[in-house]
Design a protein around this ligand. Structure first.
Ligand code: DQA
Length: 150
């Protein structure tokens, strides 16, 4: 049996993690997060492929390209969370189970961050646990895909 394959998408400015507003986003770099996800995927007997882009169209192409390649998506769309109807429609179009993650708790921050265009088309959202949001998101998605009861 082929292992479950999960696409992890990181949106704009997340390439600067580690140096970007560490009081809000922590000190881990994107590379460290991707390494953590790889390690977690091994434990879960799944496979992750990560991509970061500052461009909405590149993220959208990756969502489209996931059809037939991956069984689910983890997405931190960064600021596009609050602006992008295109990413929301893309997720709805491919209809792959998707988990939305955020390092910070977007509901404790500025009002403009309280609305997510993506939230209505994902299985669920994890927000506010720093790098653990990604790990929890991956665990939740794999359990969801395997329909584990506990
Ligand atoms: C973020 C929250 C967004 O509001 C922000 O634009 C980001 C990062 C987070 O992970 O906490 O770029 O998605």
């Amino acid at each position: 049996m082929l292992p479950l394959s999960v696409l992890v998408l990181h949106g704009p400015n997340l390439n600067l993690l580690g140096q970007r507003e560490p009081g809000i986003y922590g000190s881990s770099t994107l590379e460290e997060i991707n390494r953590l996800l790889k390690a977690e995927s091994l434990k879960l007997e799944a496979k992750v492929t990560s991509l970061q882009s500052n461009h909405e169209g590149v993220l959208l192409d990756a969502i489209h390209g996931s059809l037939g390649q991956h069984q689910g998506i983890i997405i931190n769309a960064g600021a596009y969370t609050h602006t992008s109807v295109a990413l929301r429609d893309g997720i709805a179009a491919v209809s792959l189970p998707t988990v939305e993650v955020h390092l910070s708790n977007i509901y404790r921050r500025e009002n403009f961050r309280h609305h997510s265009y993506i939230a209505p088309v994902v299985v669920g959202q994890i927000s506010g646990f720093g790098v653990q949001s990604y790990v929890l998101g991956l665990q939740a998605l794999v359990h969801h895909l395997r329909k584990d009861e506990v």
